[in-house]
Design a binder for this molecule. Sequence first.
Ligand SMILES: NC(=O)c1ccc[n+]([C@@H]2O[C@H](COP(=O)([O-])OP(=O)(O)OC[C@H]3O[C@@H](n4cnc5c(N)ncnc54)[C@H](OP(=O)(O)O)[C@@H]3O)[C@@H](O)[C@H]2O)c1
Length: 370
Amino acid sequence: MPHISGPADGPVAVTGASGYIGAQLVKNLISDGYTVRGCVRDATRQDKVGYLNALNDQGPGSIEILSRDLFQAADGVYDDVFQGCSVVFHVAADLGTDPTYGDRSPQRTFDGCMTTTTGVLDSCAKAGSVQRVVYTSSLAAVAGLGSGGAPGDGYEYQDDDWAGAGPYETIEHRWTVTSPRTGELRKLWTLERQAYAMGKVEAEQYAYKWGAETGIDVVTCNPCHVLGPLMGKAHNTTWQQRIGQMLQGENGHEGRGNILWNIIDNRDIAESQRLMAVSDVATNGSRYILAATEASGELTVQQLIDTLQQIYPDTDIAGDYAPPPTADTPHAKSTKAIRELGLTTHSVRDTLTATVDSLISVAGIVPKAR
Ligand SMILES: NC(=O)c1ccc[n+]([C@@H]2O[C@H](COP(=O)([O-])OP(=O)(O)OC[C@H]3O[C@@H](n4cnc5c(N)ncnc54)[C@H](OP(=O)(O)O)[C@@H]3O)[C@@H](O)[C@H]2O)c1
């Protein structure tokens, strides 16, 4: 189906509207005049919808917030929400970032990405009005296990690279590896990190097949390390939480994947998602890596600490932590989104400043003085 022209084509829906990425998307859409139906698990949670309701005072668009659970998507709970919508932005994934909803597990992470998406897509088809689905996947679906480059080899991932893309005979085979260090056979779909990559890969592939069958284009963005302004305290999770730990003089990194910070601003993701809805270049199966704009946006852990220290000379960034050498991966850029969608991006310095300032002013982080 063709792209939409803009807000005049009708309301749009956003799943995961309260999240770190979803809330910036809602803000962007409202600034552009869209009428938004935002879905969250619990529309009475003021800590997660207060900053969305406040956007109604800014306009010119508006938001109505609805309670819907992804795990009931197969029961058609999104049917009425999507009726009359021109675009569905499917941003939500159940990743266990809110512990009040229970513990995470590999199966829940997989289902929270994949199985739930099939139900969301069913509701998109039933609506009869949806012209395009803009899906939020992850660089994990590009650069995870079985993708073009081996970790540490300096490989530059491309938008058409796939995790799990090797010559595998079965799904179990695809997600099983032999450890190069110990020779041990590891069933990676039972690990949280790989259940996530697997869920995103399979959701994307299912969605493009569904798009070809229904004639409704599915267009995807694949963000890497997301930073940028927090709109509420609830956004103090994931990578931004690690920045907050560094601000408090903790290392914020030890024991975690020692890879490059390949940074994209959540405001740039929001802008890309909106542009993906109206793009006449994007079509079913189009994928957009959202990561650094140039090599200077791919920081080793030491470079990240040094940059934060330069911007905030009076703060004890990461204490006396001396990070081990960072693996030379993942390298990937937003080049295709910039070229095809006309995206303009924030500099890494702007992104880090907006992250830190909002961690302090919105999330209440108290930096440790030097
Ligand atoms: N952050 C990153 O670095 C990053 C990188 C690559 C890709 N992504 C992808 O970007 C998307 C958004 O991530 P985020 O960082 O914004 O995460 P987030 O802040 O944890 O937001 C998750 C959103 O999904 C909703 N949600 C979670 N479980 C749900 C359920 N069972 N039913 C209905 N809604 C549910 C949450 O709503 P409530 O909690 O209010 O119910 C929230 O709005 C995800 O698909 C994620 O995989 C994120």
